[in-house]
Design a protein around this ligand. Structure first.
Ligand code: PHB
Length: 392
């Protein structure tokens, strides 16, 4: 009698739980995985956010809409690349919408707020662009992964290239925030190792594009070369203004590859000949990249860029983790272990994750021609972010 009563009580509890939407653990695996997409859909990085989402969705569609046996559903937030709104935005996804996974974002300042919340709440976070050093440095965590790069990486690769070209005195110019500062620091580290000197570090607040006074200053300093980090709409305007100021023919311009990725249509001939370093390039002509590009163009009637690749690979990484735990996201250690061991078959070329969960990958030297960032060689092979300050 006693056991029967207990049994009935358990049944009633289970019914109440399911009415309240609190699926019992065994049922949770059948439920959809809720992905919180926090990306910029407005502002200077809007096109980047869209490309990331497109790439992410493409991989899921290729898997029949499921990863690790579970369907995927999305909740979206436009983060506007605004760090002041970032903590509220990410808390909405974690606390109100109860997402299983956070995917985002583009802007380093916003990504640091996401990493803080992910670390505190234990929510899985995959960063599909933002290169903030802290995300895979001081704030690194077993539940935080990056499918893109650290700001240090392309900067460091370009520092070596510019030194090898024999340039001695360089001016840097960028937006004054984590991404610009860290890109310049990476460049400086490699460039000064070879005896190069940064004669002036110019900057303006993000996302300003009034470059004129700074371009006049470059003209008066007359350095051997200029190194820059700009991206999205700001990169389009910078490349056009640099040419219009008459600097392009006299002072070679080098950049982290974001300067010319996803921007060439708008930059036109003003971008021709520019050299940049990045973990992706046009015309790689590998079976994986060819298949990816064909599928992307077919699905979106748009050419893919590095952001699309990073979104696609963020979904691949989620799939690798979910497959390893058969869809059970409570198995956090096994999920992380699978990613630490994985060789990710990216359109950029295969990559692995370092101990700090940042991609260890090749950086291509690319040159703009015929509206493409053609690879003209590898600037830095299997370059790993140093992961300074990461303890895990
Ligand atoms: C960043 O803020 O980390 C960032 C933004 C845009 C890029 C690259 C890095 O293209």
């Amino acid at each position: 009698m006693k056991t029967r009563r207990l049994h009935l009580k358990l049944l009633a509890t289970a019914a109440a739980m399911s009415l309240a939407g609190l699926a019992a653990p065994a049922l949770a695996q059948g439920a959809k995985v809720k992905v919180g997409l926090m990306l910029p859909y407005t502002g200077t990085f809007a096109a980047l956010g869209t490309a990331i989402e497109n790439g992410f969705r493409l991989h899921i569609a290729e898997q029949g809409g499921k990863l690790g046996g579970r369907e995927i559903e999305f909740v979206k937030v436009d983060d506007e690349s605004d760090p002041a709104k970032a903590t509220d935005n990410v808390n909405k996804l974690v606390k109100r919408d109860n997402v299983d996974v956070l995917v985002g974002t583009v802007h380093s300042g916003v990504a640091m707020a996401m990493a803080r919340v992910a670390k505190e709440s234990g929510t899985l976070l995959i960063v599909p662009n933002a290169g903030a050093g802290a995300v895979t440095g001081a704030m690194c965590s077993a539940n935080i992964f990056r499918s893109s790069f650290s700001n240090w990486q392309p900067g460091y690769a370009m520092g070596e290239v510019v030194a090898k070209k024999g340039h001695k005195k360089v001016v840097t110019i960028t937006w004054k925030y984590a991404a610009g500062d860290e890109s310049v620091a990476g460049f400086k580290e490699a460039f000064s190792k070879s005896g190069g000197q940064i004669v002036k570090e110019l900057s303006l607040p993000f996302p300003n594009v009034e470059f004129q006074a700074l371009l006049t200053e470059i003209a008066s300093i007359k350095p051997d070369a200029v190194y820059t980090f700009f991206a999205g709409g700001g990169a389009v305007k910078f490349v056009k203004d640099y040419a219009a100021a008459g600097l392009k023919k006299n002072i070679p311009l080098y950049g982290a590859g974001f300067l010319t990725d996803g921007t060439l249509e708008a930059q036109g001939a003003d971008a021709d000949g520019l050299l940049t370093t990045l973990h992706y390039a046009d015309g790689l002509n590998t079976p994986k990249d060819n298949a990816f590009r064909l599928a992307y163009v077919k699905a979106y009637k748009l050419q893919p860029d590095v952001y699309a690749v990073q979104g696609y690979d963020a979904a691949q990484m989620l799939g690798i983790g979910l497959n390893a735990v058969k869809g059970d996201l409570t198995k956090k250690a096994a999920f992380a272990e699978a990613l630490r061991k994985a060789k990710i078959d990216s359109p950029r070329g295969p990559f692995t994750l370092g101990k700090n969960h940042d991609p260890v990958q090749d950086f291509y030297l690319r040159q703009v021609g015929a509206k493409e960032n053609k690879s003209i060689g590898i600037a830095s092979k299997s370059l790993a972010d140093p992961g300074r300050g990461c303890k895990m």
